[in-house]
Ligand binder design. Structure first.
Ligand code: PEP
Ligand code: MN
Length: 339
């Protein structure tokens, strides 16, 4: 940390801050300027007391952190890319994975037909919400345990791995029994107790970015999972809330590029929640691959017009088929192989 003092701070007041820096566990190193004194506080900021509270001293102008607040997720802590192993399906490095399926599991027939279609077109992981976080309590909330049973059946019949959302700490244990990846949704992106509980399950976790979450906060949420002993995290950008009305959310591809620079974790894009429009899903999928993502999470429904949730953003089998074939040149350009 760097503590900048106000111009012309008298010596006794400089000394007061120096003492306080030492008391808080840092080695103070004052640099006396002509007008202003700066105190370099040497020590690990992530494990020591923060010095930001020193700005309550009237002679302190500003306190600046030097280190990033996350550690385990950062590239500095691990030079090679993390490859997350989802029961044999590898994500990360040069391995690119498509996860596809309906927003919600609605019936056995709906899920099975989608599972077979997306598998034939190259998806390796089947998505489908059994527990749905809906804005209104009157909207379809998901089939719950019955939805999990249908997902398990689809896995058995197709061999696809399963990703489904876990909405609360209460559900972690039984959702883990039928799911290969636990999805933590945008609305729970900073539910730290849920993140800790998911971490303990030892399942790979797909962590969505919250609707108004800064990149630093998103990475710190991932840090919670790693700090609780689970290294298998997939970061997922799914759009943030902005002033724009032509799209449901604004898909932030810059955040994807930054997450790739800052961390060693695989990054996934969900273009479906990312824009909320089926017509934009193919082009945003290509854009995401061009930026360097390690996988896509795409909503696919046999009849989007009849979907019980997010119908407007789900693509049908034909659009998904075209989307998959159009990805190839972009995968080649970014040295990714569809697993
Ligand atoms: C979803 O994937 O259907 C979903 C609810 O996602 P998010 O948490 O990103 O809104
Ligand atoms: Mn959805």
């Amino acid at each position: 940390m760097i503590v900048i003092l106000k111009p012309n701070t008298p010596t006794d007041q400089i000394e007061e801050v120096v003492q306080e820096v030492a008391k808080l566990g840092y080695r103070p190193h004052p640099i006396y300027g002509e007008l202003q004194t700066v105190i370099a506080a040497i020590g690990d900021e992530r494990t020591h007391h923060t010095l930001e509270s020193l700005s309550v001293f009237p002679q302190v102008e500003r306190v600046l952190p030097v280190q990033k607040r996350y550690k385990l997720v950062s590239r500095e802590s691990k030079s090679e890319e993390t490859v997350v192993d989802v029961d044999g399906v590898k994500i990360g490095g040069e391995n690119f994975v498509v996860m596809a399926g309906p927003c919600s599991v609605e019936s056995e027939e709906q899920l099975m037909s989608t599972a077979k279609a997306v598998k034939a077109l190259g998806a390796k992981i089947l998505r489908g919400g059994a527990y749905k976080p809906r804005t209104s309590p009157y909207e379809f909330q998901g089939l719950g345990r019955e939805g999990l049973r249908i997902l398990a059946t689809a896995k058995q019949e197709t061999g696809l791995k399963i990703i489904t959302e876990v909405l609360s700490e209460r559900d972690v244990e039984h959702v883990s029994e039928s799911s290969d990846v636990l999805q933590v949704g945008a609305r729970n992106a900073q539910n730290f107790q849920l993140l800790i509980e998911c971490a303990k399950s030892r399942k790979p976790i797909l962590l969505k970015r919250g609707m108004s979450e800064r990149i630093e906060e998103w990475l710190l949420a991932a840090e919670y999972i790693l700090a609780n002993g689970n290294p298998s995290v997939l970061l997922c950008e799914r759009g943030i809330r902005t002033f724009e009305t032509y799209t449901r959310n604004t898909l932030d591809l810059a955040a994807v590029a930054i997450a790739k620079m800052e961390t060693h974790l695989p990054v996934i894009v969900d273009p479906s929640q990312g824009c909320g429009r089926a017509d934009l899903v193919p082009v945003l999928s290509r854009g995401a691959v061009a930026v360097g993502v390690d996988g896509l999470l795409i909503e696919v429904h046999p009849f989007p017009a009849e979907a019980l949730s997010d119908g407007q953003q789900q693509v049908d089998f034909n659009v998904f088929s075209r989307l998959m074939s159009e990805l190839q040149p972009f995968l080649n350009a970014t040295n990714r192989k569809l697993v």
